[in-house]
Design a protein. Structure first.
Length: 256
């Protein structure tokens, strides 16, 4: 029953207007990327040389794609997909009806959160599959394996954006305020994501930033090993599990 509900919710969400707009945002990022890589902003080139001590076109692309495109997009999509989780149902009275069925509040919260993560995965992976052949032709030395390894890790940061937005929505229970708080927190984490790159003294502190974990492959492009992919995924899985557990705990005490 829960698996069927999850599947139906994913299908319904994929057909919503907000998801179509999110897909358009992803498509824009894919189409604009060759232009950005061809004529990168001067401050981006400066950061690349300072932080990574290289001007490798592929590392430049991966930095622009991950930071200027994907980090910003997952911030917005996390709020769009889960920023009003349970709030709309509560405002319309649907939540009381749903919870009268043989499903617990925590189970419903988790199912909706996982559904939003699944939709995020579809959009995120779809954007990477579309970008890879398009950018490979315009970026010298494009490394497909590294590109998708980076995607695999950063995808769990995208899940974190969804999970955090879901948690904030059940904590605050006001749609506009919940969305604003989620956006501010995620934007702050994105802004601090490269802190360990430009100041090595802060590298250990940045370990606790889920977005930093998501972009960690950029520090191992030339010596990438399985541990560089699996370790941050494990950390992000743990963080996301804790965030969802906190949300489920809060929902149990939520007044319908």
């Amino acid at each position: 029953m829960k698996a069927r509900f999850l599947w139906l919710d994913v299908r319904a969400t994929l057909g919503e207007r907000k998801t179509l707009l999110a897909a358009g945002l992803m498509a824009y990022a894919v189409l604009i990327m060759p232009v950005l890589v061809a004529k990168p902003p001067e401050h981006v080139l400066s950061a690349l040389k300072g932080w990574f001590s290289t001007s490798d076109p592929f590392i430049l692309f991966l930095f622009i794609w991950t930071d200027l495109a994907m980090n910003k997009i997952i911030t917005i999509l996390g709020v769009v997909l889960a920023g009003s989780l349970l709030i709309r149902e509560r405002e319309t009275g649907q939540l009381a009806v749903l919870l009268s069925k043989p499903v617990s509040p925590a189970s419903y919260f988790l199912a909706r959160s996982l559904s939003a993560c699944a939709v995020m995965a579809v959009l995120y992976i779809g954007a990477h599959l579309a970008a890879a052949p398009l950018v490979a032709r315009s970026v010298p030395g494009f490394r497909t394996g590294v590109f998708f390894a980076s995607m695999a890790v950063h995808l769990f940061s995208a899940f974190f954006a969804v999970c955090l937005s879901a948690l904030v929505s059940v904590l605050i229970q006001k749609r506009a305020l919940a969305g604003l708080v989620s956006l501010l927190v995620l934007s702050l984490l994105v802004g601090l994501a490269f802190m360990g790159f430009y100041n090595p003294a802060w590298r250990e502190l940045s370990f606790f930033n889920p977005i930093t974990q998501g972009i960690s492959v950029l520090g191992h492009v030339d010596d990438l090993r399985p541990g560089h992919v699996l370790a941050p995924i494990a950390v992000l899985l743990g963080i996301n599990t804790v965030v969802l557990a906190l949300g489920a705990l809060r929902v149990r005490h939520l007044e319908v």
